[in-house]
Design a protein. Sequence first.
Length: 154
Amino acid sequence: MKVLVVLATAILIASAAAAKDEKHCLAEAMYFEARNQGWRGMLAVGVVVQNRVKDPRYPNDVCGVVRQGRYRGGQPVRHQCQFSYYCDGLPERPAEPKFWRRATDLASLLLSTKLVFTGIEDATHYHTTSVKPRWATALEPRDQIGDHLFYAQR
């Protein structure tokens, strides 16, 4: 019986640590990708991350999705990541407490509830309006939120 209790406790601790990591990764993506887009823009980025987690073509956890890209020597290759902030060469240190708090609150909400964001409920991609990536023509446009255009698979 003691072994079961110890095992259950270890599983709970590992699960809590994984949940904390997932929240941090999700908040980090929302903060660095959309902090200037208001809460709707931040939430939309979070929805895209969650949609990718559910899609078998992408990693099956939040941190895996936001850190997906090419690596060399264990380090992400500059400008070769799915989420540009992660391999832009800058440290991931939130400098604006108000927006970081908003990102962590929204990450908690997304990870703890079943939220449907009408218009982008199936979106797996986005980009800013200032660029025109080649991949966008192969996807179905969904919506524009702030300076981001969202897309889903056809």
